[in-house]
Design a protein around this ligand. Sequence first.
Ligand SMILES: Nc1ncnc2c1ncn2[C@@H]1O[C@H](COP(=O)(O)OP(=O)(O)O)[C@@H](O)[C@H]1O
Ligand SMILES: [Mg+2]
Length: 284
Amino acid sequence: MSGRPSESLELCRAVALNPRVPTNVIAVANQKGGVGKTTTTVNLAACLAATGQRVLVLDLDPQANATSGLGLEKTEGASAYGALLGGEPLAAKLKPTAFARLEMIPSELDLCGVEVELPRLENHLTRLARALEPLRQGTERDLILLDCPPSLGILTLNALAAADFLLVPLQCEYYALEGVSMLSRLLKQIQEGGTNPRLRLLGVVMTMFDGRTRLSQQVVGEVRQHFGEAVFDTVIPRATRLAEAPSFGQPIIAYDPYSAGASAYEVLAQEVLVRLQRLNPAAG
Ligand SMILES: Nc1ncnc2c1ncn2[C@@H]1O[C@H](COP(=O)(O)OP(=O)(O)O)[C@@H](O)[C@H]1O
Ligand SMILES: [Mg+2]
């Protein structure tokens, strides 16, 4: 893997070893499909794990792209479904991946049923928050990333109710900002309506940037105007290797560690760690 500044390495070690840093839950959400949620979840998780963080990826999308992207099979009964509906312990669903410090709770088609069945149950918005609580306790993991489906349905709402932070990938395309106001309003409602007052915006990450087009540059400019400092400095380039890696069940740092996509996600991971350190009042 490419070298990093030693200052960042020190910081990663500090975050990994500092027992006062709680297990942070990050929901990767945007109701649009195809904007890079899963690509960002999988690759950011792998890069964070490579720096020493102990990371859990929870795949909440019935399409299970993060599951196959991390090399796991879609197996019946393996998803968070039972934990969301029937009170089964979520810990029973933990699976190791082929990558050090990276574990996963996979998804499969049964998660589709959650959208229909969960609203009929009590506390249907906070089922995931409750199920995740035992996994956040103790010192076994530093970060939990939630890969959300492309909707603002019950699974995404549960993710936002369970998360400390929201990470929003935006594709560098003409309509990037369309629909984002809906997500911003939802964030406010969840914070202020009492469902999850601790939820904060970790940042907006621009994906599939094509430096050869003026459009990409214009979109990044507009998004920076709209979101200001919330936008990560790191912009993820459009890169074929990033699109290929999932079919090999590998994150980009395993599939092609010296590619532009790998270095972009490595730098993003550093930025995420710096923000987490800054935003966590408990962190020394
Ligand atoms: N930076 C990128 N460069 C090239 N292809 C990408 C990039 N990010 C995502 N893709 C591809 O775009 C498609 C949608 O990305 P994905 O992460 O699955 O989006 P979402 O989870 O938001 O639906 C996938 O085929 C993925 O491989
Ligand atoms: Mg996805």
